[in-house]
Write a protein that binds this ligand. Sequence first.
Ligand code: CMP
Length: 141
Amino acid sequence: MSVERTLAIIKPDAVAKGVAGTILARIEADGFKILGIKMLRLSAEQASGFYAVHKERSFYRSLCTFMTQGPSVVIVLEADNAIQRWRDLMGATDPANAAAGTIRKEFASSIEANAVHGSDAPATAAFEIPYFFSALELWAR
Ligand code: CMP
């Protein structure tokens, strides 16, 4: 196992529900170190650039609109095996398929408004982390 970093987003639906703090507490209780955190409302350009990998998908336009509807909390997490561990804690993309005890099972409303995001692979994390954070904004030992 190696120490990894991953990008997490608490999406506008979860922030609007008032569960951002609860989700952050779950992240900390699970042993992730928070290296960087900020709250921002994505612009249309920022959302479409972040999700550009999905631009041919039928849900792309709707997803980008959803992500700009209110503030998100973007977070850089560090842990052993952080990418898979955060994905396990989030649960399946569609909350209907998410396991009991996962964040999406508890807080997601739909496959689109699914409360949280996480990088799906090391190459994705390497794109997503600097999308939001400069090196100087990340806590370092
Ligand atoms: P996320 O993990 O942020 O990655 C891409 C996002 O697209 C996903 O979470 C959902 O918010 C959204 N998404 C994925 N599949 C669908 C779908 N079939 N319909 C609507 N939104 C989707």
